[in-house]
Design a protein around this ligand. Sequence first.
Ligand code: ADP
Length: 240
Amino acid sequence: MTVSTASLPEKPAGAGARPFVAIEDVHKSYRLGDTTIHAIRGVTLALHPGEFTALVGPSGSGKSTLLNLAGALDTPDQGRVVIDGHDVAALDDNRRSRLRNARIGFVFQSFNLVPVLNVLENVELPLLAGDAGRPAARRERVMQALSDVGLADYARHLPDRLSGGQRQRVAIARALVTEPLLIIADEPTANLDSGTTHRIIDLLLDLNARRGATFLFSTHDEKLMSRVTRILRLVDGVLA
Ligand code: ADP
């Protein structure tokens, strides 16, 4: 289903005509006992194809909530989230998960690798959910993704034999293996030391340049902001 994005902000120079993700006056609250927490309070933004955007804000400002909405992991209470022309709230669970599997790769702060699977098997997991062809073709895609993150020699290692930075590279390879158009990374460097953090950001920037996918990542690390051209600041659920 195609929906109008006419009321959204102007696209930046050089970006494609239609945003890949359009978030339009979105609100999201959580109920906690008798209290309502207004996590996102009227956010409008557009992510254009190939853009690399950092979402910056203190803990509790709503970054994860906004990333979950931008990645169709959740739906807004009010407003609209349109991903690749699809109004997320209008999709049933099945179609929403198909949209995620086909279009979006996720990287999380805690890596979320399966400890009993080796690196190759972890990266292969998203391909098993879809129609990824014969095992040999799948393995080829996995090895390409591992090579893209510099870990081709570690395919048979278990995650607990790797450093934190290497584990996050595996998680990035797993996010890339389906060749998504959007990569969402929620504080991907929060558990890493500063040297490793800079190497992971370099890797994300390099992948963005080589693959042309849209990247949205969150951080509360002010030092990382000098590395990216587009920064959105979230304060108490609104963009500053
Ligand atoms: P950030 O990622 O910037 O730390 P979050 O989006 O995780 O911010 O949280 C925004 C606000 O919403 C916080 O006050 C947080 O406690 C609250 N919150 C987030 N998820 C839930 C939830 N599942 N239930 C209740 N409150 C939540």
